[in-house]
Write a protein that binds this ligand. Sequence first.
Ligand code: DQA
Length: 168
Amino acid sequence: MKIAVIQGPNLNMLGMRERHIYGPMTLDQIHAQLEASASQNGIELEFFQSNLEGEIIDRIQECMGTVNGILINPAAYTHTSIAIADALKAVALPTVEVHISNIYHREEFRQKSITASASTGVITGFGPFGYHLGLIALTQIISEIHGAQAAANAQTSEEVSAEPTAQE
Ligand code: DQA
């Protein structure tokens, strides 16, 4: 199973940036922890961070057919970007949106997520641990989808083999 981890603007500043809100961990440290737990479970992660909306959209588009799901913190674009929401809807992959802080406990302009409309679910307010929770949720969703697809394929092949042949 392959998952893209996409980090939006200013998340490269974690560890230095508003530590009273986002805590002391750097993005590299968060990614290293995530990588450690993912690899134990046979999950491959592809990390990406950008401060540019267009680059994030390009990365989301590249996910089509190359990964099984997306773990994304769109950061400030959460509250503004119809284009990122559209990209997520276009690729239509299982997607979990993560926020380190509790966006519903902050300024009014942060309390609305435009991108959440394109996500399977949102995890907000658990600090960097939210990425782990997001990864657990995402792998569960992807496994359920694979299970349902396998069952549907088995059903189809049963139906095909039950169909009478021309000689019968
Ligand atoms: C954030 C919350 C956003 O409002 C903010 O712009 C960020 C980080 C979070 O992870 O809590 O950059 O997405």
